[in-house]
Design a protein around this ligand. Structure first.
Ligand code: G4P
Length: 529
């Protein structure tokens, strides 16, 4: 319990959204509140642009910048907030999923015009795997959106989560007049293109006051009174337990670009968002309040300079105190290592740090010791669970174009896949190497980096697989028989786990039906060899 004050001070979270819903804009506004940046536009210029879909050189350039924005730490009202960035580009979705293992809660941004979109659904599925608490921000209220009740219904149904409105909008689009804060019982008036200020906020202990009609007009005042009565009747007070269990999501309406409704959300966030939580490991639950240090690597970032292969491993501290120059136990390698230059992400002082506490993320310079999912402790042998590998969606066979560089190619493939850029599968009982990615863009990145960083040249040949399923069975004979009859579809992942590569959903369903004793999983825990 030595570090309880440090723990209680911290909130570690991520903002997630379908591309274009407003994640970058909202991030920027939060950083402005925290004093972490001075001008709007600072984060935006770092974003991987939409039109960069086939421009991997642009991605390369962004890779360097995005290290700096990977974790944004700032203080707001005495709370230390660690905001973990997630790439918006869909081809880097796996990176996002892994980052979500390192946060304690998320803010989900939904575009009020488009409602729930493909990536919103997938991200929420990942959140549900860990029951991550979610706050919803419905953005772009300054645009003609859908009926707010219909929107809430759609979100509840599609994302399978109960919602609890915390603010309530008065119209949308050009008629958008503001939001009523159901918790603080005040009205925040909206004027486009101006920052909401304290004067625009009016307290209402009683909504029947005539002042409401004066400010927003009789018709809208009447609608608001009816809406609020209905909402208060249906929802009552926010059930904070339900929120912390990931079952109920508080909802805010606003416009990120106008910095409207953002502060209301941030104030609620610091009040209710969870402090760093205890975590499951392979042997026991590690209580966040334990004095001994533990943490895990959730992301690895390659150095931009091709001459130096060192990388930055992002370590989430889970318990105890991380200290510079102290020896910690690398569980997978069974060796003790220390870090003389751990990197902090606290705004404006990107520098070496002496110590870090649960909820913090530390950047460790790495010369190849780490892969995603690695655990550091003060000696105990366990690894944090729930850091899965997800099934890729595109598969290609690796063809070595320069046999003189075979070693470099193999080394490069291993290192890039350790970073989580892609997944590597080797044909069971053979040598064929198959790379699996979420997006086409990653194949270009891999080809480019292998050539420039390792001098290896390769070609990718498409292979007709659509999903990788990790297969397990309590009956070894069943598994052996299955492998024997399907040699072309069986591979091993980097940790030697068996994988069935399915050509189509039809094949997968057929195999599932024909092999009841075998489990087909779309995710695999990345763990100790
Ligand atoms: P993302 O990170 O989720 O991909 O979204 P981002 O913040 O980049 O926002 C996507 C687009 O939506 C941007 O416009 C942004 O200005 C706009 N936007 C964000 N919040 C609001 C809002 O509250 N209201 C309205 N009307 N628009 C909003 P863009 O044209 O793509 O980029 P830019 O030229 O403005 O940079």
């Amino acid at each position: 319990m030595k570090y309880i004050n440090e723990i209680n001070k911290r909130r570690t979270f991520a903002i997630i959204s379908h591309p274009d819903a407003g994640k970058t804009t909202l991030t920027e506004k939060l950083l402005l509140f925290g004093g972490a940046i001075q001008t709007a536009g600072a984060v935006k210029s770092n974003k991987i642009k939409k039109h960069a879909t086939s421009d991997f050189m642009e991605i390369e350039r962004q890779r360097g910048i995005s290290v700096a924005t990977s974790v944004m730490s700032f203080e707001y009202k005495g709370i230390l907030i660690n905001l973990l960035d997630t790439p918006g580009h869909k081809d880097f979705a796996e990176d996002t999923y892994r980052t979500l293992t390192a946060v304690d809660s998320v803010i989900l941004v939904i575009d009020s015009v488009n409602g729930v979109e493909a990536q919103t659904r997938r991200l929420m599925e990942v959140c549900r795997m860990r029951d991550t608490p979610v706050i919803v921000f419905i953005n772009k209220m300054d645009r003609d959106g859908r009926n707010r009740f219909d929107l809430l219904e759609e979100i509840e149904k599609e994302l399978k989560i109960s919602l609890h409105p915390m603010t309530w909008p008065i119209n949308s689009g050009k008629d958008f007049k503001g939001v009523y804060n159901l918790f603080d019982k005040n009205l925040l008036l909206f004027t486009a293109n101006t920052k909401a200020s304290e004067e625009d906020s009016i307290s209402f202990n009683d909504l029947t006051q005539r002042l409401l009609d004066d400010r927003i007009g009789e018709k809208d005042a009447e609608i608001l009174r009816e809406d609020v009565e209905l909402i208060e009747g249906v929802y009552g007070e926010l059930n904070e337990e339900g929120y912390l269990e990931g079952k109920i999501a508080p909802v805010f309406f606003g416009s990120a670009i106008n910095n409207f409704g953002v502060k209301e959300m941030l104030d609620t966030f610091i009040r209710i968002a969870p402090t760093p939580r205890s975590r499951e490991t392979s042997t026991r639950v590690v209580n966040v309040e334990e004095d001994k240090f533990s943490g895990f690597v959730f992301k690895i970032h390659a150095n931009l300079d091709p001459k130096h292969r060192d990388r930055i491993a992002f370590l989430r501290v889970c318990s105890g105190k991380f200290e510079r120059n102290k020896y910690f136990h690398h569980v997978r390698l069974d060796k003790d290592i220390r870090f003389s230059n751990p990197y902090t992400f606290l705004a404006r002082e990107k520098d070496v740090i002496e110590q870090a506490f649960p909820g913090d993320v530390v950047g460790l310079f790495d010369t190849g010791n780490f892969k995603i999912g690695d655990t550091l402790t003060e000696g105990e042998d366990f690894y944090f669970t729930g850091i899965p590998s997800f099934s890729p969606e595109i598969f290609k066979e690796v063809i070595n174009k320069d046999p003189m560089k075979t070693k470099q190619l193999e080394k490069g493939l291993l290192q890039l896949t350790d970073e989580g850029v892609a997944q590597l599968f080797t044909q069971h009982g053979g040598n064929k190497k198959i790379i699996g990615c979420v997006g086409e863009l990653q194949f270009e990145v891999i080809q480019y980096r292998l050539l420039h960083e390792y001098g290896a040249s390769l070609q990718f040949n498409s292979v007709p697989f659509y999903k990788a399923c990790w297969i397990t069975s309590s009956d070894p004979k069943k598994l052996q028989d299955f492998i024997r009859f399907k040699p072309a579809n069986i591979a091993e992942d980097k940790d030697g786990h068996l994988v069935y590569l399915a050509q189509s959903e039809w094949f997968l369903n057929t195999e599932r039906a024909n092999n009841p004793g075998i489990e087909f999983n779309f995710t695999s825990e990345i763990h100790k060899n």
